[in-house]
Design a protein around this ligand. Structure first.
Ligand code: GSH
Length: 95
């Protein structure tokens, strides 16, 4: 079941770093590479509107906006990320 959504760009090193973090944790994720899809610029506009974040990676964990690479690593350090991941088993989310 997918619980992590990463809006990324294929050439972005921060996107790569955060994907590697989830892989190292054994957590599956979905990605949309905004530089590889026709309407990527529009998707990025909408992401900016709903999350108030202009940059990629833009990460959602169980529908909660996590932020970018730095914020995800911080959430990993302080335990918030694990908490949000664990919430998946208690709810019927599918992002
Ligand atoms: N501090 C940010 C993070 O931790 O996620 C850095 C993210 C960043 O600089 N991303 C670049 C970006 O989004 C691409 S590598 N640039 C603007 C754009 O592509 O529209």
């Amino acid at each position: 079941k997918n619980r992590v959504m990463i809006f990324s760009k294929s050439y972005c090193p921060h996107s790569t770093r955060v994907k590697e973090l989830f892989t190292s944790l054994g957590v599956d994720y979905n990605t949309l590479e905004l530089d590889q899809v026709d309407d990527g610029a529009r998707v990025q506009e909408v992401l900016t509107e709903i999350s108030n974040q202009k940059t990629v990676p833009n990460i959602f964990v169980n529908k909660v906006h996590m932020g970018g690479c730095d914020q995800t690593f911080q959430a990993h350090k302080n335990g918030l990320l694990q908490k949000l991941l664990e919430e998946d088993s208690a709810h019927d989310y599918d992002l």
